[in-house]
Design a protein around this ligand. Sequence first.
Ligand SMILES: C[S@@+](CC[C@H](N)C(=O)[O-])C[C@H]1O[C@@H](n2cnc3c(N)ncnc32)[C@H](O)[C@@H]1O
Length: 210
Amino acid sequence: MKRRFATRIGLVGLLTVVLAGGVARGQATVVEKDVPYVPTPENVIEEMLRLARPTSSDVVYDLGCGDGRIVIAAAKRYGARGLGVDIDPLRVREARENAEKAGVSGLVSFREEDLFQTDLRRATVVTLYLLPSVNLRLRPKLFDELSPGARVVSHNYHMGDWPPERTINIGNHLVYFWTITGREKDRFGSASQKGPSPAPRTGWEIEPES
Ligand SMILES: C[S@@+](CC[C@H](N)C(=O)[O-])C[C@H]1O[C@@H](n2cnc3c(N)ncnc32)[C@H](O)[C@@H]1O
């Protein structure tokens, strides 16, 4: 069954079934998103990357990459390789153009894909700006596919009962940081019998760009 976030954020959800791609050719392509597009501000990206400390040996994946700004920043500032995936083809096109403009096309790539289908095994850093419910659905996949030592950074949203190593406040924004460990793999991976915990609220909800 298709996942939706409309019940969580009301009208916002309706806005995320967008017409994309084929509109210019007279055909409407419906993109069903789990999360609306809202870019992470540059100062928050700085903090996310400061926590993750990517190097040129790292591979940074941004799941739901929007215009590609996080992987592009990691490539520009730290020389990290990166992959951004987004379900919206317009965003993917934008991200490729932005990488080109930033001169990092050789380090980063972008893929139109449902993030739940992305193979995460190459990632050493994963960045997220999703929703608590989406983070929780993603959590077993992170533990199944990432290697111990991989870092996960989430803008604004927690991971239920997986306690973050660091939480940073930047104005209205929160940044959570975790490292995957073998011990927690047993607890939170899909082999675990435990279902996801209910999501505590963080105090503010994602709003789409107008
Ligand atoms: C809040 S934005 C974050 C964009 C970017 N990561 C940033 O922080 O600037 C969430 C993005 O996730 C994308 N998205 C939503 N559902 C998705 C899915 N199932 N698979 C891949 N991308 C998805 C949206 O198109 C949107 O660009």
